[in-house]
Ligand binder design. Structure first.
Ligand code: PMP
Length: 405
Protein backbone atom coordinates (compact mmCIF):
# COMPACT_ATOMS: atom_id res chain seq x y z
CA UNK A 1 0.00 0.00 0.00
CA UNK A 2 2.58 2.59 1.15
CA UNK A 3 6.26 2.49 0.29
CA UNK A 4 7.24 2.58 3.93
CA UNK A 5 11.01 2.59 3.38
CA UNK A 6 10.74 5.56 1.07
CA UNK A 7 8.43 7.34 3.52
CA UNK A 8 10.73 6.71 6.48
CA UNK A 9 13.67 8.07 4.51
CA UNK A 10 11.76 11.36 4.23
CA UNK A 11 11.95 11.86 8.02
CA UNK A 12 15.56 12.52 9.11
CA UNK A 13 14.72 12.43 12.84
CA UNK A 14 13.68 8.78 12.56
CA UNK A 15 17.17 7.76 11.47
CA UNK A 16 18.73 8.18 14.90
CA UNK A 17 19.44 5.86 17.81
CA UNK A 18 18.27 6.55 21.36
CA UNK A 19 20.23 4.79 24.14
CA UNK A 20 21.94 2.89 21.31
CA UNK A 21 18.62 1.61 19.94
CA UNK A 22 16.72 2.81 16.88
CA UNK A 23 14.20 5.49 17.81
CA UNK A 24 10.62 4.21 17.84
CA UNK A 25 8.46 7.31 17.83
CA UNK A 26 4.95 6.60 19.15
CA UNK A 27 4.12 10.06 20.47
CA UNK A 28 2.45 11.28 17.31
CA UNK A 29 -0.69 12.52 19.05
CA UNK A 30 1.47 15.02 20.93
CA UNK A 31 3.31 16.12 17.82
CA UNK A 32 4.41 14.28 14.72
CA UNK A 33 7.75 14.47 12.91
CA UNK A 34 8.64 16.64 9.93
CA UNK A 35 9.61 15.41 6.49
CA UNK A 36 12.77 16.81 4.88
CA UNK A 37 10.70 18.79 2.35
CA UNK A 38 9.11 20.79 5.21
CA UNK A 39 12.50 21.41 6.82
CA UNK A 40 13.90 22.47 3.43
CA UNK A 41 11.01 24.89 2.94
CA UNK A 42 11.88 26.66 6.19
CA UNK A 43 15.58 26.82 5.33
CA UNK A 44 14.80 28.12 1.85
CA UNK A 45 12.42 30.77 3.17
CA UNK A 46 14.91 32.17 5.66
CA UNK A 47 17.80 31.82 3.22
CA UNK A 48 16.16 33.45 0.19
CA UNK A 49 12.73 34.93 0.85
CA UNK A 50 12.36 36.28 4.39
CA UNK A 51 10.48 39.55 4.38
CA UNK A 52 7.51 41.13 6.10
CA UNK A 53 4.41 40.78 4.00
CA UNK A 54 1.42 42.77 2.75
CA UNK A 55 2.87 46.26 3.28
CA UNK A 56 6.02 46.24 1.18
CA UNK A 57 6.47 47.27 -2.43
CA UNK A 58 9.94 45.73 -2.70
CA UNK A 59 10.62 42.48 -4.47
CA UNK A 60 11.12 40.23 -1.44
CA UNK A 61 8.03 41.51 0.33
CA UNK A 62 5.90 40.93 -2.73
CA UNK A 63 7.34 37.48 -3.24
CA UNK A 64 6.70 36.52 0.41
CA UNK A 65 3.18 37.99 0.25
CA UNK A 66 2.30 35.94 -2.83
CA UNK A 67 3.72 32.77 -1.26
CA UNK A 68 1.82 33.42 1.99
CA UNK A 69 -1.52 33.98 0.23
CA UNK A 70 -0.94 30.96 -2.01
CA UNK A 71 -0.50 28.89 1.14
CA UNK A 72 -3.88 30.12 2.36
CA UNK A 73 -5.37 28.83 -0.91
CA UNK A 74 -3.68 25.46 -0.33
CA UNK A 75 -5.25 25.21 3.15
CA UNK A 76 -8.61 26.25 1.73
CA UNK A 77 -8.44 23.47 -0.86
CA UNK A 78 -7.14 20.92 1.67
CA UNK A 79 -10.25 21.26 3.88
CA UNK A 80 -12.53 22.32 1.01
CA UNK A 81 -13.56 25.67 2.48
CA UNK A 82 -15.77 27.84 0.30
CA UNK A 83 -13.42 30.83 0.37
CA UNK A 84 -9.88 31.64 1.46
CA UNK A 85 -11.38 34.45 3.57
CA UNK A 86 -12.54 31.69 5.88
CA UNK A 87 -8.96 30.55 6.60
CA UNK A 88 -7.38 32.36 9.55
CA UNK A 89 -3.76 31.68 10.46
CA UNK A 90 -3.25 31.24 14.20
CA UNK A 91 -0.55 29.75 16.44
CA UNK A 92 -2.46 26.47 16.70
CA UNK A 93 -5.62 24.77 17.88
CA UNK A 94 -5.42 26.38 21.32
CA UNK A 95 -5.29 29.89 19.91
CA UNK A 96 -8.04 29.11 17.38
CA UNK A 97 -10.40 27.94 20.12
CA UNK A 98 -9.54 30.91 22.35
CA UNK A 99 -10.22 33.24 19.43
CA UNK A 100 -13.70 31.80 18.91
CA UNK A 101 -14.50 31.58 22.63
CA UNK A 102 -13.54 35.22 23.19
CA UNK A 103 -14.80 36.77 19.96
CA UNK A 104 -17.96 34.71 19.38
CA UNK A 105 -18.51 34.70 23.15
CA UNK A 106 -18.25 38.47 23.45
CA UNK A 107 -20.96 38.90 20.82
CA UNK A 108 -23.28 35.94 21.31
CA UNK A 109 -22.92 34.50 24.84
CA UNK A 110 -24.86 36.28 27.57
CA UNK A 111 -25.83 35.74 31.19
CA UNK A 112 -27.68 32.48 31.74
CA UNK A 113 -26.68 31.08 28.33
CA UNK A 114 -25.16 27.64 27.90
CA UNK A 115 -22.15 26.18 26.08
CA UNK A 116 -21.98 22.44 25.41
CA UNK A 117 -18.70 20.54 25.33
CA UNK A 118 -17.97 16.85 25.95
CA UNK A 119 -16.32 15.02 28.84
CA UNK A 120 -13.49 13.85 26.58
CA UNK A 121 -12.21 17.30 25.60
CA UNK A 122 -8.59 18.38 25.75
CA UNK A 123 -8.03 21.24 28.23
CA UNK A 124 -7.78 23.52 25.18
CA UNK A 125 -11.45 22.91 24.45
CA UNK A 126 -12.55 23.24 28.09
CA UNK A 127 -10.72 26.16 29.67
CA UNK A 128 -11.41 28.84 27.00
CA UNK A 129 -15.15 28.09 27.32
CA UNK A 130 -14.96 28.11 31.11
CA UNK A 131 -13.27 31.51 30.96
CA UNK A 132 -15.93 33.11 28.75
CA UNK A 133 -18.75 31.44 30.72
CA UNK A 134 -17.30 32.83 33.94
CA UNK A 135 -16.99 36.28 32.41
CA UNK A 136 -20.55 36.27 31.07
CA UNK A 137 -22.34 34.33 33.81
CA UNK A 138 -23.06 31.48 31.40
CA UNK A 139 -22.96 27.72 32.08
CA UNK A 140 -20.85 24.88 30.73
CA UNK A 141 -22.79 21.67 29.98
CA UNK A 142 -20.88 18.45 29.47
CA UNK A 143 -21.87 15.49 27.28
CA UNK A 144 -20.96 12.25 29.09
CA UNK A 145 -19.43 9.21 27.40
CA UNK A 146 -19.78 5.49 27.92
CA UNK A 147 -17.09 3.25 29.44
CA UNK A 148 -15.80 2.37 25.95
CA UNK A 149 -15.20 6.02 25.11
CA UNK A 150 -18.22 6.65 22.85
CA UNK A 151 -20.29 9.76 23.43
CA UNK A 152 -23.78 9.38 24.89
CA UNK A 153 -25.75 10.98 22.07
CA UNK A 154 -29.10 10.73 23.88
CA UNK A 155 -27.63 12.70 26.76
CA UNK A 156 -26.31 15.19 24.20
CA UNK A 157 -29.80 15.76 22.80
CA UNK A 158 -31.17 16.26 26.28
CA UNK A 159 -28.54 18.91 27.00
CA UNK A 160 -29.60 21.07 24.04
CA UNK A 161 -31.86 23.90 25.17
CA UNK A 162 -33.10 27.28 23.99
CA UNK A 163 -30.15 28.73 25.90
CA UNK A 164 -27.43 26.75 24.09
CA UNK A 165 -25.27 29.23 22.17
CA UNK A 166 -22.53 26.95 20.81
CA UNK A 167 -21.37 23.33 20.88
CA UNK A 168 -17.60 22.71 20.94
CA UNK A 169 -16.50 19.15 20.46
CA UNK A 170 -13.42 17.21 19.50
CA UNK A 171 -13.28 15.37 16.18
CA UNK A 172 -10.96 12.70 17.61
CA UNK A 173 -10.10 12.22 21.28
CA UNK A 174 -6.37 12.53 21.94
CA UNK A 175 -6.64 10.37 25.07
CA UNK A 176 -9.00 7.63 23.84
CA UNK A 177 -8.73 7.72 20.07
CA UNK A 178 -12.51 7.87 19.67
CA UNK A 179 -13.62 9.32 16.33
CA UNK A 180 -16.78 11.19 17.24
CA UNK A 181 -19.84 11.23 14.97
CA UNK A 182 -19.41 14.93 14.35
CA UNK A 183 -21.58 15.03 11.25
CA UNK A 184 -24.53 13.72 13.22
CA UNK A 185 -23.82 16.13 16.09
CA UNK A 186 -23.61 19.08 13.70
CA UNK A 187 -26.90 18.07 12.07
CA UNK A 188 -28.69 17.89 15.41
CA UNK A 189 -27.18 21.20 16.53
CA UNK A 190 -28.18 22.94 13.31
CA UNK A 191 -31.72 21.63 13.62
CA UNK A 192 -31.74 23.80 16.75
CA UNK A 193 -29.90 26.70 15.09
CA UNK A 194 -26.79 26.17 17.20
CA UNK A 195 -23.33 26.59 15.65
CA UNK A 196 -20.67 23.92 16.18
CA UNK A 197 -16.92 24.25 16.67
CA UNK A 198 -14.85 21.17 15.93
CA UNK A 199 -11.48 20.72 17.63
CA UNK A 200 -9.67 19.05 14.78
CA UNK A 201 -6.23 18.80 16.43
CA UNK A 202 -6.32 15.00 16.21
CA UNK A 203 -8.67 14.71 13.26
CA UNK A 204 -6.84 16.58 10.55
CA UNK A 205 -3.91 14.18 10.00
CA UNK A 206 -5.91 10.97 10.10
CA UNK A 207 -9.18 11.58 8.24
CA UNK A 208 -10.27 13.48 5.17
CA UNK A 209 -11.80 16.74 6.38
CA UNK A 210 -14.30 18.50 4.14
CA UNK A 211 -15.72 21.43 6.08
CA UNK A 212 -18.51 22.04 3.57
CA UNK A 213 -19.64 18.45 3.70
CA UNK A 214 -19.43 18.42 7.51
CA UNK A 215 -21.17 21.79 7.54
CA UNK A 216 -19.28 22.69 10.74
CA UNK A 217 -19.21 26.37 11.66
CA UNK A 218 -15.62 26.34 12.93
CA UNK A 219 -12.82 23.79 12.50
CA UNK A 220 -9.52 24.26 14.37
CA UNK A 221 -6.21 22.49 13.92
CA UNK A 222 -2.47 22.76 14.59
CA UNK A 223 0.21 22.47 11.93
CA UNK A 224 2.52 20.47 14.17
CA UNK A 225 0.08 17.57 14.31
CA UNK A 226 0.06 17.29 10.53
CA UNK A 227 3.82 17.15 9.84
CA UNK A 228 4.17 20.95 9.75
CA UNK A 229 6.16 23.18 12.11
CA UNK A 230 5.06 24.12 15.61
CA UNK A 231 3.61 27.58 16.17
CA UNK A 232 1.24 27.63 13.23
CA UNK A 233 -2.38 26.57 13.02
CA UNK A 234 -5.70 27.22 11.42
CA UNK A 235 -9.08 28.51 12.35
CA UNK A 236 -11.65 27.78 9.68
CA UNK A 237 -14.91 29.65 10.20
CA UNK A 238 -17.96 30.23 8.05
CA UNK A 239 -17.70 33.66 6.50
CA UNK A 240 -21.11 34.86 7.65
CA UNK A 241 -20.26 34.03 11.26
CA UNK A 242 -16.71 35.43 11.19
CA UNK A 243 -18.09 38.64 9.70
CA UNK A 244 -20.41 39.07 12.65
CA UNK A 245 -17.66 38.50 15.22
CA UNK A 246 -15.53 41.31 16.69
CA UNK A 247 -11.72 41.20 16.31
CA UNK A 248 -9.78 39.14 18.84
CA UNK A 249 -6.41 40.94 18.94
CA UNK A 250 -5.81 44.56 17.96
CA UNK A 251 -2.76 45.86 16.10
CA UNK A 252 -1.30 46.14 12.64
CA UNK A 253 -2.77 44.25 9.70
CA UNK A 254 -6.26 43.91 11.22
CA UNK A 255 -7.19 47.56 10.57
CA UNK A 256 -8.43 49.63 7.63
CA UNK A 257 -8.02 53.08 9.18
CA UNK A 258 -6.83 54.26 12.59
CA UNK A 259 -7.37 57.61 14.29
CA UNK A 260 -7.25 58.30 18.00
CA UNK A 261 -11.02 58.62 17.90
CA UNK A 262 -11.90 55.50 15.95
CA UNK A 263 -10.47 52.46 14.21
CA UNK A 264 -12.14 50.65 11.36
CA UNK A 265 -11.33 47.00 10.91
CA UNK A 266 -10.00 45.10 7.94
CA UNK A 267 -11.95 42.51 5.97
CA UNK A 268 -11.63 38.77 6.48
CA UNK A 269 -9.34 37.01 7.01
CA UNK A 270 -7.05 39.89 8.07
CA UNK A 271 -9.47 41.15 10.74
CA UNK A 272 -8.35 38.19 12.84
CA UNK A 273 -4.64 38.29 11.98
CA UNK A 274 -3.18 41.15 14.01
CA UNK A 275 0.58 41.69 13.77
CA UNK A 276 3.32 40.14 11.68
CA UNK A 277 2.29 36.61 10.76
CA UNK A 278 4.43 33.49 10.98
CA UNK A 279 5.23 33.43 7.26
CA UNK A 280 7.95 30.77 7.35
CA UNK A 281 5.82 28.27 9.21
CA UNK A 282 2.80 29.01 7.01
CA UNK A 283 4.93 27.96 4.03
CA UNK A 284 6.14 24.93 5.97
CA UNK A 285 2.55 23.98 6.65
CA UNK A 286 1.63 24.35 3.00
CA UNK A 287 4.45 21.95 2.09
CA UNK A 288 3.31 19.48 4.79
CA UNK A 289 -0.26 19.51 3.47
CA UNK A 290 1.00 18.90 -0.06
CA UNK A 291 3.14 16.03 1.21
CA UNK A 292 0.21 14.42 3.05
CA UNK A 293 -2.06 14.91 0.06
CA UNK A 294 0.42 13.15 -2.17
CA UNK A 295 0.40 10.07 0.07
CA UNK A 296 -3.37 10.37 0.42
CA UNK A 297 -5.34 10.57 3.65
CA UNK A 298 -7.35 7.50 2.74
CA UNK A 299 -4.14 5.46 2.39
CA UNK A 300 -2.82 6.94 5.62
CA UNK A 301 -6.02 6.08 7.52
CA UNK A 302 -5.99 2.50 6.20
CA UNK A 303 -2.32 1.96 7.03
CA UNK A 304 -2.64 3.44 10.52
CA UNK A 305 -5.77 1.40 11.18
CA UNK A 306 -3.74 -1.72 10.42
CA UNK A 307 -1.11 -0.65 12.94
CA UNK A 308 -3.82 0.03 15.52
CA UNK A 309 -5.35 -3.43 15.05
CA UNK A 310 -1.94 -5.13 15.24
CA UNK A 311 -0.88 -3.23 18.38
CA UNK A 312 -4.23 -3.82 20.10
CA UNK A 313 -4.03 -7.52 19.35
CA UNK A 314 -0.43 -7.84 20.58
CA UNK A 315 -1.01 -5.80 23.74
CA UNK A 316 -4.16 -7.81 24.51
CA UNK A 317 -2.03 -10.92 24.78
CA UNK A 318 -0.24 -9.44 27.79
CA UNK A 319 -1.92 -10.25 31.08
CA UNK A 320 -3.43 -7.38 33.11
CA UNK A 321 -3.44 -4.82 30.32
CA UNK A 322 -6.37 -2.40 30.65
CA UNK A 323 -7.39 -0.37 27.61
CA UNK A 324 -9.05 3.04 27.83
CA UNK A 325 -10.99 3.86 24.70
CA UNK A 326 -12.36 0.89 22.81
CA UNK A 327 -14.86 2.72 20.61
CA UNK A 328 -15.89 1.10 17.36
CA UNK A 329 -14.56 4.06 15.36
CA UNK A 330 -11.06 4.76 16.56
CA UNK A 331 -8.02 6.63 15.36
CA UNK A 332 -4.52 5.15 15.82
CA UNK A 333 -4.24 5.93 19.53
CA UNK A 334 -3.95 3.27 22.23
CA UNK A 335 -4.27 4.31 25.88
CA UNK A 336 -3.55 1.60 28.40
CA UNK A 337 -2.32 0.67 31.84
CA UNK A 338 -0.36 -2.39 32.93
CA UNK A 339 -1.98 -3.77 36.10
CA UNK A 340 -1.51 -1.24 38.88
CA UNK A 341 1.82 0.04 37.62
CA UNK A 342 2.03 3.83 37.53
CA UNK A 343 2.20 5.04 33.91
CA UNK A 344 5.30 7.22 34.59
CA UNK A 345 7.25 4.23 35.91
CA UNK A 346 6.30 2.10 32.92
CA UNK A 347 7.01 4.99 30.52
CA UNK A 348 10.53 5.40 31.90
CA UNK A 349 11.40 1.76 31.25
CA UNK A 350 9.75 1.78 27.82
CA UNK A 351 11.83 4.88 26.97
CA UNK A 352 15.03 2.93 27.59
CA UNK A 353 14.08 0.67 24.70
CA UNK A 354 14.21 3.77 22.50
CA UNK A 355 10.41 3.87 22.41
CA UNK A 356 8.77 7.28 22.84
CA UNK A 357 5.30 6.92 24.34
CA UNK A 358 3.43 9.55 26.32
CA UNK A 359 2.39 9.00 29.90
CA UNK A 360 0.10 11.11 32.05
CA UNK A 361 -3.30 12.76 31.78
CA UNK A 362 -2.77 13.93 28.17
CA UNK A 363 -4.29 17.36 29.01
CA UNK A 364 -7.59 15.64 29.72
CA UNK A 365 -7.74 15.60 33.51
CA UNK A 366 -11.55 15.46 33.75
CA UNK A 367 -11.50 12.36 31.55
CA UNK A 368 -8.95 10.68 33.83
CA UNK A 369 -11.11 11.60 36.84
CA UNK A 370 -14.05 9.80 35.22
CA UNK A 371 -11.98 6.62 34.93
CA UNK A 372 -10.49 7.31 38.39
CA UNK A 373 -6.94 6.90 37.13
CA UNK A 374 -3.93 9.27 37.29
CA UNK A 375 -3.20 8.85 33.61
CA UNK A 376 -2.43 6.29 30.95
CA UNK A 377 0.41 5.12 28.75
CA UNK A 378 -0.41 6.29 25.24
CA UNK A 379 1.05 4.97 22.02
CA UNK A 380 -0.09 6.93 18.96
CA UNK A 381 0.87 5.98 15.44
CA UNK A 382 1.68 7.75 12.21
CA UNK A 383 2.10 6.40 8.69
CA UNK A 384 5.89 6.17 9.11
CA UNK A 385 5.53 3.62 11.93
CA UNK A 386 5.78 -0.13 11.37
CA UNK A 387 4.65 -3.43 12.88
CA UNK A 388 8.30 -4.18 13.72
CA UNK A 389 8.33 -1.06 15.87
CA UNK A 390 5.17 -2.24 17.62
CA UNK A 391 7.02 -5.49 18.40
CA UNK A 392 9.69 -3.41 20.16
CA UNK A 393 6.97 -1.69 22.19
CA UNK A 394 5.54 -5.07 23.18
CA UNK A 395 8.96 -6.27 24.36
CA UNK A 396 9.39 -3.04 26.34
CA UNK A 397 5.94 -3.33 27.95
CA UNK A 398 6.64 -6.93 28.95
CA UNK A 399 9.96 -5.89 30.49
CA UNK A 400 8.31 -3.01 32.38
CA UNK A 401 5.67 -5.40 33.70
CA UNK A 402 8.28 -7.90 34.79
CA UNK A 403 10.43 -5.26 36.52
CA UNK A 404 7.69 -3.27 38.24
CA UNK A 405 5.14 -5.83 39.29
N1 PMP B 1 -7.17 19.46 21.17
C1 PMP B 1 -6.71 18.20 21.09
C2 PMP B 1 -7.69 17.08 20.91
C3 PMP B 1 -5.35 17.96 21.16
O1 PMP B 1 -4.90 16.71 21.09
C4 PMP B 1 -4.46 19.05 21.31
C5 PMP B 1 -2.96 18.83 21.40
N2 PMP B 1 -2.57 17.78 22.23
C6 PMP B 1 -4.99 20.33 21.37
C7 PMP B 1 -6.34 20.50 21.30
C8 PMP B 1 -4.12 21.53 21.53
O2 PMP B 1 -3.30 21.70 20.43
P1 PMP B 1 -2.10 22.75 20.46
O3 PMP B 1 -1.35 22.52 21.75
O4 PMP B 1 -1.30 22.43 19.25
O5 PMP B 1 -2.71 24.12 20.42
Amino acid sequence: MLDINKIRADFPILQQNIYGKPLVYFDNAATNQKPQCVIDTLVNYYTHENSNIHRGVHYLSQKATIAFENARETVKTFINAKSSSEIIFTRGTTESINLVAQSFGKKFINQGDEVIISAMEHHSNIVPWQMICEEKGAFLKVIPFFENGELDLDAFENLISAKTRIIAITHVSNALGTINPIKEIIKKAHANNIPVLIDGAQGIAHTDVDVQELDCDFYCFSGHKIYAPMGIGILYGKEELLNQMPPYHGGGEMIKTVTFEKTTYNDLPFKFEAGTPNVGDVLGMEKALQYVKEIGLENIAKYEDNLLKYATEKLSEIEDIRFFGTAEHKSAVISFLIGNIHPFDAGTIIDHFGVAVRTGHHCAQPLMDIYKIPGTIRASFAFYNTKEEIDVLITAVKKAKQMLE
